[in-house]
Design a protein around this ligand. Structure first.
Ligand code: B1M
Length: 211
C-alpha cells in the first residue's frame, strides 16, 4: 500500500479528522484514483477500527471519533467518487423502529456501513412500518436495517416485515436487525434475514447479504 494510504488509514484510526482530509487531498494531488483512496485508505482504516471494536480494544467514543475522521475524508472524496462513478457496496435503508428513540447504536452501525462503502439512507428514529415500506419502494435498497433498544419496541420489527410482505416487497430486500435486546433467535423467529450483535459485525453481515 502506498505510504499516503497507510497514513490515511492510521490517522483515521486515531480519529484525526483534519489530517485525514489533508492526506486524502495529498493522495489526490499525487494522482491517485479516488476509489483506491476510499478502499485502501479510508475503508481500510475503518475496517481496523471495526476489528478492534469487536475485540473490545476500542470503545464507542473512539469509534465515533474515527467515524468523524471518515466523514472528513469522505467530504473531500465524495464529489470525485460521484464523478468517477465508483460503485457503492450497496444501498442500505436504516432506522430505529416505531416508539423507540434510541439512536446511538443505529448511528454507529450507519457510520460503520458508510465506512465500508455502503450508501445509507437514514430514516431516523420512531420509524413506522409503513415508512420503512415507503422507503424500500422509493430507494430500492439491497438491504434494510432495523434497530430496537426496548423490549417493548422489538415487535415493530416483525410488524415491518409483515408490512413489507403485504406490500409485495419482502423479497426485494434483505433485512438485518440489531440492538441490545435483539437476538439471533428473535431475528429468525420474525423472519429477518440476519442479526448483527454490534456495528462491526453489521458490516460483515451486510457485505455477505449484499453479495
Ligand atoms: Co434508554 N433504555 N430509555 N435512553 N437507554 C435503555 C435501552 C435501557 C436498557 C436502560 C435500562 O433500563 N437499563 C432501558 C430498556 C429496557 C428494556 O426495554 N429492556 C431503557 C429505557 C427503559 C428507556 C426509557 C423507556 C426510559 C424512560 O423514559 N422511562 C426511554 C425510552 C424512550 C424511547 O425510546 N421511547 C429511554 C430514553 C433514553 C434516552 C433518550 C435518555 C437515551 C437515548 C439517547 C439516544 O439514543 N439518542 C437513552 C440511553 C442512552 C440508554 C442507554 C443508557 C444506552 C443506550 C446506548 O446508546 N448504548 C441504555 C442502557 C444501556 O444500554 N446501558 C438504555 C450504546 C450503543 C452504542 O449501544 O444501542 O446497544 P446499542 O448499539 C449497539 C448494538 O446493540 C448494535 O450495534 C451497536 C454498536 O455496537 N446495534 C445494531 C444497534 N442497532 C443495530 C442495528 C443493526 C445491527 C446492530 O442492524 C440494523
Amino acid at each position: 500500500m502506498a505510504d499516503v494510504l497507510q497514513e490515511i488509514a492510521s490517522n483515521l484510526y486515531d480519529g484525526e479528522d483534519e489530517e485525514v482530509a489533508e492526506l486524502v487531498q495529498e493522495a489526490l494531488d499525487q494522482g491517485m484514483d479516488p476509489g483506491e483512496i476510499l478502499t485502501s485508505g479510508l475503508i481500510a482504516g475503518m475496517d481496523e477500527v471495526g476489528r478492534d471494536f469487536k475485540a473490545g480494544d476500542l470503545f464507542v467514543p473512539e469509534v465515533l471519533i474515527a467515524a468523524r475522521a471518515m466523514r472528513a475524508g469522505m467530504g473531500v472524496l465524495r464529489p470525485l467518487l460521484a464523478e468517477a462513478d465508483v460503485p457503492s457496496a450497496g444501498k442500505y435503508v436504516i432506522g430505529t423502529v416505531q416508539g423507540d428513540l434510541h439512536d446511538i447504536g443505529k448511528n454507529l452501525v450507519k457510520m460503520m456501513l458508510e465506512g465500508a462503502g455502503f450508501q445509507t439512507i437514514d430514516l431516523g428514529t420512531g420509524v413506522k412500518p409503513d415508512d420503512f415500506v415507503a422507503a424500500v419502494r422509493e430507494h430500492q435498497p439491497q438491504l434494510l436495517g432495523m434497530s430496537a433498544l426496548l423490549t417493548t419496541t422489538m415487535p415493530g420489527m416483525k410488524a415491518t416485515i409483515e408490512a413489507l410482505e403485504e406490500a409485495g416487497l419482502r423479497d426485494a430486500v434483505k433485512i438485518m436487525v440489531g440492538g441490545a435486546p435483539v437476538t439471533a433467535a428473535f431475528a429468525e423467529q420474525i423472519g429477518a434475514d440476519a442479526y448483527a450483535p454490534d456495528a462491526a459485525s453489521a458490516v460483515d453481515v451486510a457485505r455477505s447479504l449484499a453479495e
